[in-house]
Design a protein around this ligand. Structure first.
Ligand code: FAD
Length: 396
């Protein structure tokens, strides 16, 4: 059992950025300055979407900038350096094949194969913490939506396609379970999520009998999800399996609100950020109080939530490296959290997205949008990077 080695210090920029050379740090500074400009991000998004749609090669612009900052490489082998650097700092990797929005069956099979290879890469390699997949990567979104909203009225063809989706998800979870690597199922838009939850529930019942192998994801920007977390915990306890859950705030807020307003139904999103924060932190506390049947990963770049996790672990006398408790961040973001939490002895992992540059564009756009901020204010990422550059200059 390992106690928290020390309270995590998120101000320790030396530790947070020790793995980045001066050149890489300077590139990161320019990158966060650029994505901090909302107008520039909007123009970049429109251009990237147009290029993606018209199949115009944009690798020359994207590879040296956003891509190399937020992604590990085009193939798993190219991610090796990133995986090794993270491991040297006690941070585990989560290889994330970031293809989205495929509709053809052959493309869905191909995505499944690539995710399978990422799962295979975890074999006998302790540097990997989890595997991950998005159900929309192995299912058409139209079908997912139909299953989520009207599962009783599928046509024969749709039923057969849905069986194939379940088989793909089943194969991925089976492979992960056979290698002993836990696997996350990412959460997506509300109008798809019931179908994703159904797949996750089947797989958790099957594989989580002794410990959590399959993890569903709960988005706390939804006002109904704390209740879902609690009812799933009770169901797992009642049925005798372990509920694996990744806690996140949620990545599709604008899209959710816009759709709800356009179609005239009540927004599924919390009334404000404070409500999301309150439920996220309540989710952490709930999971810590139910570790007899819950294993969880807090997927967040929020300093207060990560500090709360570390503090509650300590107060509850739970070992910092309890295998049922994890914190995860995305590559290229919040290194001050990942590296300092790992230094304090917590289980930490980072998503390392990989895949052809073209396929990662929707993911990169989300990252850029997430990092854009009100003009005149400096983002936390940028502030810390600048501080570290300054510190290095003074100590040179
Ligand atoms: C390891 C990892 C895995 C992830 N997996 C998923 C996933 O499977 N599915 C998914 O959807 N997202 C996922 N995300 C993204 C995540 O949901 C958030 O978009 C992102 O992490 C920002 O939230 P935060 O907790 O890091 O920090 P913060 O910056 O504190 O929170 C920002 C978030 O708060 C919420 N928010 C902001 N303003 C408001 C408002 N006015 N009202 C209500 N809520 C508001 C939104 O969710 C916003 O993204 C993942 C993130 C990480 C780090």
């Amino acid at each position: 059992m390992s106690d928290l080695q020390q309270t995590p210090n998120f101000e320790d920029t030396q530790r947070a950025f020790a793995h980045l050379s001066e050149q890489e740090l300077t590139r990161a500074k320019f990158l966060f300055q650029a994505v901090g400009n909302i107008r520039l991000v909007r123009i970049g998004k429109a251009l990237a979407q147009l290029a993606h749609f018209l199949r115009i090669p944009v690798g020359w612009a994207i590879r040296p900038t956003v891509y190399s900052h937020f992604c590990g490489g085009e193939a798993i082998a190219e991610c090796e350096e990133t995986i090794a650097t993270l491991a040297e700092n006690q941070i585990h990797t989560i290889l994330d094949y970031s293809a989205e929005g495929k509709e053809q069956e052959s493309d869905l099979d191909d995505t499944k194969l690539r995710i399978s290879k990422a799962i295979d890469a975890t074999e006998d390699d302790q540097r990997h913490g989890f595997s991950v997949f998005k159900v929309s990567g192995i299912a058409s979104t139209a079908l997912l939506q139909k299953v989520a909203e009207d599962p009783k009225h599928l046509t024969n063809l749709e039923s057969m396609a849905w069986d194939r989706v379940k088989a793909r998800a089943g194969d991925l979870c089976e492979r992960a379970a056979s290698l002993g690597t836990p696997i996350f199922i990412d959460a997506e838009e509300t109008w798809l999520q019931n179908a994703i939850d159904a797949i996750a529930l089947d797989q958790m019942r099957k594989h989580n009998t002794h410990q959590a192998v399959v993890f569903n994801t709960v988005q706390f920007y939804r006002h109904d999800r704390l209740g879902y977390l609690q009812s799933m915990t009770r169901q797992a306890a009642g049925e005798g399996w372990h509920f694996g859950v990744k806690l996140v705030r949620g990545a599709y807020m604008e899209k959710e609100r816009k759709r709800a307003a356009e179609r005239g139904y009540p927004s599924p999103i919390q009334p404000d950020k404070a409500a999301t924060d309150r439920d996220f932190d309540a989710g952490i506390r709930w999971c810590l109080e139910h570790l007899d049947c819950v294993a969880f990963c807090s997927g967040s770049h929020n300093e207060a939530s990560n500090a709360l996790l570390a503090r509650h672990l300590q107060e509850a006398g739970i070992s910092a490296d309890d295998p049922r408790v994890w914190s995860a961040q995305l590559l290229g973001m919040s290194d001050h959290i990942s590296f300092n939490l790992a230094k304090s002895g917590l289980n930490v992992a980072k998503y390392v997205p990989f895949g052809p540059i073209r396929e990662t564009i929707p993911y990169l756009i989300r990252r850029a949008e997430e990092n854009s901020f009100v003009a005149g204010q400096t983002s936390r990422e940028l502030e810390l990077i600048k501080r570290e550059l300054q510190r290095r200059k003074q100590t040179a």
